[in-house]
Design a protein around this ligand. Sequence first.
Ligand code: FA5
Length: 346
Amino acid sequence: VRADAERSAAEPNLDREQFRLDWLGRKQGRLKAISDAWLKAAPVEAKKLIGQRFNELKQQVEALVDESAATAVKVEVRSLDISLPGSAHRPGAEHPLTKTMNELVSVFERMGYSVGIGPEVETDFLNFESLNFPPNHPARDTQDTLVLADQEQKPLRERLLMRTHTSPVQIRTMLAQDPPLRIVIPGKVHRNEAQDATHSPMFHQVEGLCVDTNITFSDLKGTLDHAMKSLFGSSMKTRFFPSFFPFTEPSADVQISCPFCNGKGCRKCKHSGWIELLGCGMVDPNVFKAVDARRIELGLEPKYDPAKISGFAFGMGIDRMTMMKYSVSEIGLLFSGDTRFLSQFA
Ligand code: FA5
């Protein structure tokens, strides 16, 4: 009873340690004194009874000590100083690549385009053959391909590979939908290329496809000029250079006036004032023919007669576009996951 009373008295002052020492201290604690005075000195016939009583007392005291400790934990929690400054949690931010991709996609959405996606593992037919790259044609060498293992026993058109561009999704779209259509397709692509400052074996493209009656090259120019101005600012200029892609005819490479020097000429644009950003062109009639042939194989009505419809397509490298937009010197920084780099975009 005395121990209990003392414990209660000690609690408001949190003097628990003193209470514990007073009772359980090895040299001068009360239990030690009781043990010396009563237990050790007891006559043999009383030892059992006194021992029992002593143990009861000891357990009681220990329970009080434990109870005090539990209360102490609660008291300490309650006594947290809420006026202390908290530790900062920095919120995450959109990756610069995702930012560029989303901005670009929404520019096209505002022009009435819908958004599509496709798989990164493709068939040779969709990645190459239907896009007018015949088997063994040298144009295939322009996109060094990563092929999946154990495909040799399959017919060439069914062999699986990592898509080298987002253009196969043009074919997927035309097999699934009837014209007219306007679609943008963002996604990852893979090529067997060594990494340097501007090349990566995995990079990102945004593909575009517009098919309708009477689509002309000037529609293509106007659309891409508007998209580039929306992304880089209205003072930016575009120019179109003749180029070659098997799936577009005529084809063009689009250059924009260098955003680093405003077209005056600097190291970034090799003093030309222009930077190349994307490939584009009018959909080659052979692509429409391949789509209709495949639609017939699949039991669908052919709808892409090149005598009745026309279209344009484009493909942009989003990694390089992001590098332009945010003055990033190394493509590898975009994939490094280095928070010192990424936190600059928060
Ligand atoms: C194509 O991939 C075509 N499919 C584009 C196209 C689509 C043309 C529709 C016409 C109609 P190209 O191989 O040039 O084209 O690649 C397009 C863009 O991807 C390039 O302009 C460049 O910005 C980017 N690119 C190509 N290779 C790499 C690479 N290794 N690393 C980073 N970006 C790359």
